[in-house]
Each structure stands twice: as C-alpha cells, then as structure tokens.
Design a protein around this ligand. Structure first.
Ligand SMILES: [Ca+2]
Ligand SMILES: [Ca+2]
Ligand SMILES: [Ca+2]
Length: 333
C-alpha cells in the first residue's frame, strides 16, 4: 500500500513538472486527510459511510458494503472506537443501533472480523453494567456485533437476522491509516522506547503507575498516599491508556480490586476534573453503564458521589468520596 501511495505521489509530481497547466496536485490524486472515496467521510483514520436510511440484516448489510467497495466497519483499537462514537454524537447520528464488523458464529465466543482480525474483548469496547459485561449470547444465538445507542454505543452481541442501520468502511487505506499501521506496537508506550519506572511503579500505557493494594483509603487520603510516593492519583485522558490499564489488570492478578483515580466533581457538581487540572473525559468509551433493564450511564450519584474510581470491568464510575478503595498513582517525580 505504501508503495502504491509513493507511486501515486511520484506520478503526481511528474505530471506537475511535465505540464505547467495541469492543476492536479497531490491532494487530488491521493487519499489525503479530506479525501475518501465518494460517499465516504473521514473519521479518525478511516473512511466511513453511515447507512441511516437502510435497515438490513448483518449479512445484507455486509453485501451492501461490498457493493460500495467496502466492508462493515471494523473496530479494533480503542482510538478507532472513540473516534467513531465521537463522530456519531457530533453529527446527530445518535439514537440508532448500527451493525459493525464482527461475528462469533463459527466458534461461540471467538469474535472475528470479516478479514479474520480479532475483535477486542472487554473494556472499553463491550457494554459493561455493574456486574455484567457483554457479549452474553443471551438469546442463545447472538452471533453478530452491534453498537446500540440505547446502550450508549457500547458493543453488544445480538441475533444476526435483526434489521439495523450499519456503517461501512472503505477498503482502501487512508494515508493516516497506513502511517499508523507502520507504528507497531500501537499506543503511548511505543513512543520513545521503554519507560523506566522507580520502585513500586510499573510501566502501563507509557506511564509509571503504582497499584497501592496495601492501603484501602478514602479518595482524599488516596491523594496523600500518592503524594508520599512522589506521584498523584492517575488521570486518564487517553482511551488507549484505559485499554492498556484494563489489559494489565486482567493479566497481573489485579482484577477484583477497585482503584481511585484523580477525578472529582466536588468543586462543581457535574464538572469532572482531575487533581492535575485536566478535564475528565465524559461518556463512551470511558464511563460505565448501570441498570441493564433501563440503561443509563455513569456518573449517576449526583452530589452524593463525587469521586472517580474503577473496579469490576474498569470503566469509570462515581462513588462517595468517603468509600475506601486502593489508590492508583502515577509517578510525577
Ligand atoms: Ca448480547
Ligand atoms: Ca457528583
Ligand atoms: Ca455512580
């Protein structure tokens, strides 16, 4: 693909030199940041088409996308997911349920895209209530992947013969996508090589974190504990850091613990800020869901819950600041 782009680039420069009157330039000929095939819109690094007037089964939706020289959109990184959710909100598309690429009909519980890529499991992708996370194959034959607005666009497995709106992704790569694919492994830790952390801290998502599982304390005291370690309560602003943290917790025997983060709305109800002064990102894919029978999204505690913690499935939830959890510190030096 890179070679192809280089070829196009070379050709366009050649055209420019060969004929001064030619008004083409590189942006006309390559898939630049504004350029997607007809009908497609650039969302993050992907060219997407939102089918809001068609309602099809998962299979029919797939054929529709093929006809449009695409495939159902594959969500394989937390950043892709966040870009998609943000775009849906920003463009008045919220309120629908969309099919996206992913099925587990070959092997129950093994979620693959049409091209055979693994659909990531867990947080921050799949809908998580307090004690339950999708996929659940609830009807016994839920083998297709959807992002329903009534579950705040978190992933859910549903019956493939349902009819839904859907999102296609152009199968040609954008320049940005080709560039980001070249940056392997993905994520903050890939930038600038390995991070060296002081004692008690471990590198997660490019940050030095301490999981203080020897002190179960209030939010206020958790901040003091972190200060004592030359740190601060962790502020998560990048969804890739939440993903890296989730994977670290799952693979290092830390699941089941609840940790304080540095977010609070104590100063002004509903305005969530970290102790670092940065705003706490709101909505999907950061904050968890409550009450599967009538879903709503955290934060939900109004003035009785003003402090941010992560437990169970490790999406954001507000708790009473007087609850006792473990501090999750980030090294500030
Ligand atoms: Ca389900
Ligand atoms: Ca509150
Ligand atoms: Ca809450």
């Amino acid at each position: 693909m890179l070679l192809y782009l280089l070829l196009i680039l070379t050709c366009s420069l050649f055209v420019g030199e060969a004929d001064g009157r030619v008004t083409w330039n590189r942006t006309n000929l390559t898939l630049g940041s504004q350029d997607c095939p007809g009908g497609y819109t650039l969302v993050g690094t992907k060219c997407l088409m939102f089918e809001i007037f068609a309602s099809e089964t998962h299979e029919e939706a797939r054929y529709f996308c093929h006809d449009a020289k695409g495939e159902l959109v594959a969500i394989t990184t937390a950043t892709d997911f966040k870009n998609l959710v943000d775009y849906i909100h920003a463009n008045g598309l919220f309120g629908r349920t969309f099919w996206v690429d992913g099925r587990d009909e070959e092997t129950e519980g093994v979620w693959l895209t049409a091209s055979g890529e693994v659909v990531p499991s867990g947080t921050p992708f799949w809908a998580a209530f307090e004690y339950h996370q999708q996929p659940d194959n609830a009807l016994g034959n839920e083998h297709c992947l959807s992002i329903p607005s009534d579950w705040f666009l978190y992933m859910n497995d549903v019956v493939c013969s349902n009819k839904k709106n859907f999102i296609c992704e152009a199968t040609v790569q954008t320049q940005e996508e080709a560039a980001s694919a070249a940056l392997v492994p993905f994520g903050p830790s890939a930038v600038g090589g390995r991070v060296t952390c002081p004692d008690l801290f471990v590198e997660v998502g490019g940050l030095c974190m301490a999981f203080v599982t020897w002190a179960e304390v209030t939010w206020e005291d958790a901040g003091q504990v972190c200060a004592g370690l030359s740190g601060d309560l962790l502020a998560i602003t990048d969804i890739e850091v939440l993903r890296a943290l989730y994977l670290f917790i799952q693979t290092n025997g830390l699941s089941g613990n609840t940790f304080w983060l540095g977010g609070s709305d104590q100063e002004s109800e509903g305005t969530w800020v970290y102790t670092t002064g940065e705003p706490v990102p709101m909505g999907t894919p950061f904050w968890g869901l409550t009450d599967m029978s009538a879903p709503s999204q955290e934060p939900n505690g109004e003035t009785s819950e003003n402090c941010l913690a992560i437990g169970n499935f490790y999406n954001f939830r507000d708790y009473s600041c007087g609850s006792v959890f473990y501090p999750l510190c980030v090294y500030t030096g």
